[in-house]
Design a protein around this ligand. Structure first.
Ligand code: ZN
Ligand code: ZN
Length: 236
């Protein structure tokens, strides 16, 4: 298939297991992207232009600062600041629709709008989102066409809710008719089974703090709150 490069990381993530194979995959892609920003992309003028334009969110600046590439990070910050200041200066010179005698109801202060624009993107987040959407398409392609993969998917531990939503929305675009109906039914059943399973594990964790259960085994509940948070975390 055309997207061959996408199938191996995806099947690897399903082999690795965990509470969400898409999270496993995303962590790898994220680490690669962060080190690309401070590595190879420094030498690519086109990549630098996009980096200077979009900037990064707090999470990804924090990951960059852990990379021990002080000079690369400072260069990224320096040129992004340059561009940002220029944009804000230009915006501040435009007429302010909110000021003056006759306040217009519509429109926004140009500076506010320029800041809002800057705040609405992070190069790493944007690329991850785009790549994960591609992987969701490949997921359904393999699910439909490769029995082994379908079996693997039906036996995974479910997904975190944001990635489950990504898959369901993608299914509506990629599949149709009976295939779509069955695939969604199977995946919803799988997700609910595993939400109940993690609920039981967390519940057993809470019971272990009750003296009546203190001599009972932990079963696999010791890290259940951590895994439950992985399943439930929202991407805001
Ligand atoms: Zn996930
Ligand atoms: Zn980000």
């Amino acid at each position: 298939m055309k997207e061959k490069i996408y199938t191996i990381p995806l099947t690897d993530a399903f082999t690795e297991g965990g509470e969400c194979p898409f999270c496993t995959l995303e962590k790898k892609l994220e680490a690669e992207q962060v080190s690309y920003v401070l590595g190879a992309s420094m030498m690519e003028p086109d990549a630098r232009i996009i980096s200077n334009d979009r900037g990064y969110c707090r999470r990804h600046y924090e990951q960059m600062s852990r990379e021990s590439k002080a000079l690369s990070l400072a260069l990224v910050l320096d040129t992004h600041l340059n561009e940002l200041i220029e944009k804000l200066e230009n915006a501040s010179k435009k007429p302010d629709v909110k000021a003056g005698l006759f306040k217009k109801a519509e429109g926004e202060n140009p500076l506010v709008s320029a800041i809002r624009d800057d705040q609405s993107s992070c190069l790493v987040c944007d690329k991850l989102q785009h790549t994960l959407e591609k992987f969701a398409e490949v997921f359904w392609y393999l699910y439909k066409n490769e029995a082994d993969f379908k079996e693997k998917a039906k036996n995974c531990q479910g997904f975190c809710l944001p990635h489950f939503l990504l898959l369901l929305e993608c299914a509506d675009r990629e599949l149709s008719g009976k295939t779509l109906e069955e695939a969604k039914r199977d995946m919803i059943e799988l997700e609910l089974t595993h939400l109940k399973r993690i609920n039981e594990e967390v519940n057993w964790f809470t019971k272990k703090f009750d003296y009546r259960y203190q001599n009972e085994p932990w079963k696999n509940s010791k890290d259940a709150p951590q895994r439950a948070m992985e399943k439930l975390s929202k991407f805001l």
